[in-house]
Ligand binder design. Structure first.
Ligand code: RB5
Length: 143
């Protein structure tokens, strides 16, 4: 499994912390930018990550902006993307188990780095439960 990660200017620091965390536990991570804190549009980075994610069968995405809201709205516009904005680990776990979230969004102005790592950890360690959740997802995802 590879993790694609992107942010906007408001979350470059948290993105770097998460990259370091993922590498420290031997996970593959690809940084899609930005690489400095000059102002950018979160929508461009959400689109970039989602387009790449749709091409990669064995990848998941992490998107971070100031609140996480812009990234979650933008990413959920993409067909096949199920993006979950999480500010605590329990939602992150359920977003994978029940919603099969393939993108995790967080807000760097909302939560701190340690909590963000905890959220990422819960999400990456959870698995989709399938079963009744499969049919529910099909009703909006069409896959
Ligand atoms: C950027 O100022 C801010 O709007 C963005 O990071 C995010 O919070 C949008 O939802």
């Amino acid at each position: 499994m590879k993790y694609l990660i992107a942010s906007d200017h408001a979350a470059v620091g948290m993105k770097d912390e998460i990259i370091e965390y993922l590498k420290s536990i031997d996970l593959k991570v690809e940084d899609l930018g930005p690489n400095n804190s000059s102002s950018v549009d979160y929508s461009d980075y959400a689109n970039k990550l989602c387009e790449q994610l749709k091409q990669e069968s064995d990848a998941l995405g992490i998107l971070i902006c100031g609140t996480g809201i812009g990234m979650s709205i933008a990413s959920n516009k993409h067909k096949g993307i199920r993006s979950a904005l999480c500010s605590e680990p329990l939602s992150a776990r359920f977003s994978k188990q029940h919603n099969n979230a393939n993108v995790l969004c967080m807000g760097a102005r909302i939560i701190g780095g340690e909590l963000a790592k905890d959220i990422v950890s819960s999400w990456i360690n959870a698995s989709f439960e399938g079963g009744r959740h499969e049919g529910r997802i099909k009703k909006f995802c069409g896959e």
